[in-house]
Write a protein that binds this ligand. Structure first.
Ligand SMILES: C[S@@+](CC[C@H](N)C(=O)[O-])C[C@H]1O[C@@H](n2cnc3c(N)ncnc32)[C@H](O)[C@@H]1O
Length: 228
């Protein structure tokens, strides 16, 4: 109870930080605390390639959790290789979501305020969603992340793709949460399902985790989806 209360306070503080930053820098990589567009794009390429490898094609449906100003949607639309992907974006920061709805007027139904997919999807994607943290309590933040992932886990058919800052020694430094890749992969596996982790290409101190549902579980979710 106390944990959830603390986590919701930290979350409010994070929302305010993203709102301020977005007002200051606008719709560009720096507006969501990325150092450059190059590193943002490298993260996108990694998560898209991992999903394609897992799914076997690019016609899947994703929810981008922590979509920011919709940069992944713009990226998918601009690349013929990814254009088949059916996209929806979710964010907890109201200014981000209103910007996305305004900017993508004819696609505004794709964006919503929240923390989990609005509808069942094949994959939920988290690109840097949990990097910024406003606490010094590592376990508290890790528990928050696992709790947030669980909301989405219930709504995905294939799995979750999570991209997060990492170091040999897990720590929080200067409001950034760094996982130790092996230890974090074990945590994810014990809580959810099979995990594979790989360093995010061209992005130092960053790891991409893919957590997949068992084949029979995918089948049951697919059936449930079909019966609706
Ligand atoms: C580092 S930014 C990345 C934005 C986007 N993924 C990109 O790469 O351009 C993180 C985003 O996640 C959002 N966010 C943070 N915690 C969240 C949560 N629990 N659920 C949904 N969105 C969250 C923030 O509001 C922010 O827009």
């Amino acid at each position: 109870m106390f944990r959830r209360l603390s986590q919701s306070l930290f979350e409010s503080s994070i929302k305010s930080a993203y709102t301020r930053r977005f007002k200051e820098k606008g719709a560009q990589a720096e507006g969501v605390f990325w150092s450059s567009r190059v590193s943002q794009t490298a993260r996108f390429e990694q998560v898209l390639a991992d999903m394609k490898a897992e799914f076997g094609s690019t016609s899947f449906y994703i929810a981008d959790i922590g979509c920011g100003y919709g940069a992944l949607f713009n990226y998918i639309q601009s690349k013929p290789a990814w254009r088949q992907i059916d996209y929806s974006g979710v964010d907890i920061t109201p200014d981000m979501v209103s910007y996305c709805k305004r900017e993508h007027n004819s696609h505004k139904h794709r964006f919503s305020l929240g923390r989990q997919p609005k509808h069942p999807v094949d994959f939920a994607v988290f690109v840097g969603t949990f990097n910024l943290c406003h606490t010094d309590d590592y376990e508290l933040w890790e528990d928050y992340i696992l709790h947030q992932l669980a909301f989405s886990w219930a709504r995905v058919r294939y799995g979750l793709i999570l991209n997060i800052t990492s170091l040999e020694t897990a720590k929080i430094n200067n409001h950034i949460f760094y996982v130790n890749p092996e230890a974090f992969a074990k945590k994810l596996a014990s809580r959810f399902g099979a995990v594979s982790a790989s360093p995010t290409q061209f992005v130092p101190q960053d790891t991409t985790f893919i957590i997949c549902k068992e084949k029979h579980e995918r089948h049951t979710t697919k059936l449930r989806k079909a019966q609706r």
